[in-house]
Ligand binder design. Structure first.
Ligand SMILES: Cc1cc2nc3c(=O)[nH]c(=O)nc-3n(C[C@H](O)[C@H](O)[C@H](O)COP(=O)(O)OP(=O)(O)OC[C@H]3O[C@@H](n4cnc5c(N)ncnc54)[C@H](O)[C@@H]3O)c2cc1C
Length: 534
């Protein structure tokens, strides 16, 4: 059988796999992505692209494109609670309460939430991946794999031609979704609970503009004697979704949702018995709260829904999946391209699994507030969305933690502490306004000021000796590399003049020079070697 070789094989062409392909390409790592379907999903599924996801897509130049792809939903700022869409409206909630946006968000991030249907986001990721010469193979299914100490050998079947060939990869990323065949073959248990509910997601075409008028909603909760469910906007014109639950305990099943039944349900929700409705696709789904017992098995990594499944409330699922890919990509690149030891890869699980556990529980708590069954089996407090989205932090060997109290998961601490997402600050570089976050992309970055000249020079020397890219910037006024007109740098990063902060390629602070630490090349080199697992 013909065998191809590649550094990374990605299985699954959903948001997690496509993002992994793009992030790896950004790091100069070649990969092959196989997706069993002939094209991306037609079903819209997720719509909320959260602040952290947009932050990580910014350096790839995708922020504006995502907003544009989701432009039809820009005005969808409400939750409605109605008897039917055409009938009585009981209550309306606005976007600020919806997304729990803090008043000072612009101090925290250079960007904010966008709405973009998942099928449109996937199409955009595919288009971008093609432009960047990523190797995406739709209509190709992983049928089996074996791994040995030096790599993974996968058997892939071309679904239309029904031919098979082998791909030999250094590493395999399983982004193969909620019923991950790779996770099953590895016999990794999915721990947690569920199904909490069984739903059908009906994607339909009907012109509802006259009924919606200026009440643009992202979700419209319908409750009347005939039907209970949620209408969701897709393009605010003629494309919409209706989520409705069914109960297998009462003998109901997905087979009950024939096209005729789906049309009837939509008409009952809208409140117009003669409404012209075309059913485009129907997707059964179960709300589960489960996290894989392991995210890594030697050379194989689980990301996205393959690693964690959660109810859609909070819109965390797709975002957490993309952020997994972002965490893993720079580590694979650092190992494959040279400076890091393979042990760095084990920090993918130690960093992302606790985030997945926390986020799935937060999604379960929100699910209970959306008219769905209350599902707080554990004594866990709900925290603000912004804390879930931006406040997670990594205690791991790839972070040099500071002494003192452990960071709480219930508060937003973006003050430059190692393990947290680096603080956002508007700066100027050669006359261009940029966020500190825009500096964190494919390599480590050292930030200091003009009094930290010795740190700056050490970084440059070490980059050469370790044969790695390490960018260093002096922040300040006038002749600095980065101009801080508002003079916020020291306060934002909680450092003294002459101090330094080291940030990983994924934008997380990994080390901060404390006040008493004199600039030292050997200290910085030791820090970097430790972070890279050497
Ligand atoms: C109704 C609904 C609403 C949602 N709303 C939101 C939301 O608002 N916000 C949010 O963040 N998330 C939301 N989600 C969750 C979101 O859709 C998922 O978290 C997201 O799709 C996960 O992406 P993924 O790439 O990990 O998996 P998937 O999108 O499931 O992609 C996995 C891919 O792997 C492929 N595959 C599987 N096995 C193989 C194989 N052997 N060979 C080749 N290919 C294979 C599959 O065909 C599939 O395309 C929602 C989900 C649902 C069902």
């Amino acid at each position: 059988m013909h065998t191809e070789t590649i550094p990374v094989l990605i299985v699954g062409g959903g948001p997690a796999g496509l993002s992994a392909s793009l992030f790896l390409a950004r790091h100069g790592v070649r990969s092959i992505l196989v997706e069993r379907h002939a094209h991306t999903s037609v079903h819209p599924r997720a719509k909320g692209v959260n602040t952290r996801t947009l932050e990580i897509f910014r350096p790839l130049g995708l922020e504006d494109a995502i907003r544009e792809a989701g432009a039809a939903l820009t005005r969808s700022t409400n939750w409605l609670f109605v008897e039917t869409l055409a009938g009585t409206e009981h209550r309306r909630l606005s976007r600020r309460s919806l997304f729990e946006l803090p008043a000072d968000l612009e101090q925290i991030s250079p960007t904010t939430w966008a709405l973009c249907a998942q099928n449109q986001l996937e199409a955009l990721l595919v288009e971008t991946a093609h432009q960047r010469h990523c190797d995406l193979r739709f209509g190709n299914e992983l049928v089996s794999f074996v791994q040995d100490p030096s790599g993974v050998t996968a058997c892939v079947r071309a679904t239309t031609a029904d031919t098979q060939h082998q791909i030999r990869a250094d590493y395999l990323i399983a982004a193969d979704g909620a019923s991950s065949p790779v996770c099953k073959q590895l016999a990794i248990p999915m721990l947690g609970r569920g199904p909490l509910s069984y739903s059908m997601n009906i994607y339909f075409r009907a012109d509802l503009r006259e009924l919606v008028q200026d009440r643009w909603f992202i979700m419209c909760f319908v409750q009347n004697p005939a039907v209970q469910g949620i209408l969701a906007a897709v393009n605010n014109r003629d494309l919409w979704q209706f989520h409705v639950q069914y109960d297998p305990a009462n003998g109901a099943s997905p087979q009950d949702f024939t096209p005729a039944r789906c049309i009837e349900l939509v008409r009952q929700a809208v409140g117009l018995p003669q409404l012209s409705v075309e059913i485009l696709s129907v997707l059964p789904w179960e709300a589960n709260v489960r996290v894989a017992a392991a995210f890594q098995r030697d050379r194989i990594f689980l990301i996205g829904d393959a690693a964690h499944v959660m109810p859609p409330a909070g819109a965390f699922g797709m975002n957490t999946s993309i952020q997994d890919a972002h965490n893993l990509a720079w580590k694979l690149a650092a190992v494959l391209n040279g400076p890091a030891a393979p042990s760095l890869l084990s920090t993918y699980e130690s960093e992302r699994r606790p985030v997945a556990q926390f986020t799935t529980e937060q999604a379960a708590l929100r699910f209970g507030n959306q008219g769905m069954p209350e599902q707080t089996s554990k004594n866990i407090a709900r925290v603000d969305d912004t804390v879930v989205i931006l406040g997670y932090h990594y205690p791991s060997p790839a972070i040099i933690a500071e002494e003192g109290a452990a960071l709480p998961t219930t508060q937003l601490d973006l003050s430059g502490r190692p393990g947290t997402r680096a603080p956002h600050l508007w700066l100027e570089k050669q006359g261009q306004r940029l966020s500190t976050l825009d500096l964190f992309d494919t390599h480590f970055v050292l930030l200091t000021d003009q009094q930290g000249q010795a740190w700056y020079e050490s970084a440059q020397t070490i980059a050469t000796s370790l044969k790695m890219r390490l960018d260093a910037y002096r922040i300040g006024l006038d002749s600095a590399d980065l101009i801080d007109r508002e003079g916020r740098w020291h306060d934002a990063y909680h450092i003294v003049p002459g101090g330094a902060v080291l940030i990983r390629p994924d934008g997380f602070v990994c080390w901060r020079a404390r006040a008493q630490e004199a600039p030292s090349q050997s200290l910085l080199e030791t820090v970097l070697q430790r972070l890279l697992g050497n």
